[in-house]
Design a protein around this ligand. Sequence first.
Ligand code: ZN
Length: 386
Amino acid sequence: MIRTYKFKLYKSKRLKCLHELVNLSAEIYNHCIALHKRHYKFYGKSLNLYRLQKHITRLKKLPKYAHWNNLGSQAIQSITERIDEGYKKFFRHENKRPPTFKKKRKYKSFTLKGFVGYKLNNNILTINKRNYKLWLSKKIEGKIKTLTVKRDSLGDFWVLATALVGNVKPANRATSGKSVGVDFGLKTFLTLGGRHLTLTGKEREIESPLYFLNSIGEIRKLSRALSKKKKGSNNRRKARFDLARLHRKIAFQRDDFFHKTANMLAFEYEYVFIEDLNLNGMQRLWGRKVSDISYGGFVNILSYKTNVVKIDRFYPSSKECYDCGYVYRELSLKERVWICPNCGNAHKRDNNAADNIHRVGTSTLAGGIVRPTMPANAVDSRIPCL
Ligand SMILES: [Zn+2]
């Protein structure tokens, strides 16, 4: 299993050197994009990764490009690989646009691989013989695979280290064999399901913290202030920082909520069943709020802490009556409570869905085939049953 660690670097004047390295990455990145474009124009086909890398090796020997050597060759290699991947995805129609030029200010990071080009000794990170102190909030376990130095929109620096760790889950994880079904919603972030649960009413629900929506007034105010400032002025820079600071704060709050909620679930349940969410479809249906909530980020955190089992996303969890199996196709999104036309039982929409997810989840876990999964590409644009 791969784990990502994130540490903040202490502020210091020396960070200027890291700024320079990120800017240099942007320069190299843009140079490669230009090469790609030119190659395509002349030959009508994509520039091969190895040819590009060879070309860069030659460039680095020229006096004009000697400063490129400040950035480790690993970092340059990962830039070329990332661009290559971007083009491949574009040609496979997975991305709408090919990689494009990026402004220096908007360029964020460079990545080093393995143990080359840096040293990490406890809380001291050494790059190009300069030491940077980092806020080591956690001990890194396992071997480091990649190390990314990232600057955020406030000019602060972070180190993201990915490490290969054994298949260990945190110590406070449940081993009870207990399981739960989870239905995601908007106002209610999640509803817990499974008829074995002894939770009642509100205990089954975790409300959404719509930080973003609550802060939207403030965001609007700051964006308006930013747009009024003269371009290139110091005041504009300050206004941009104010806005970035607010965005960062909201992101931290959301992360905190995710970790607490995930810990709570992992503490109690060994298996969590969820629907394999089609986020694009959900976003089209629900609008911006879905991306504010970022279910994907939550599921990611949760799967570090406990076993997440995804069930077929086209299983009609909300529309099927838990008691008799009747599928009530006409159920609309507005109906929060419905009565089964077949058996007459009343259902709260989210509770019924979560109960169904739990039942399907347990049979998935037992090895039973619930229903054939359709090939993903054929149904990508469909909206999931909610
Ligand atoms: Zn029924």
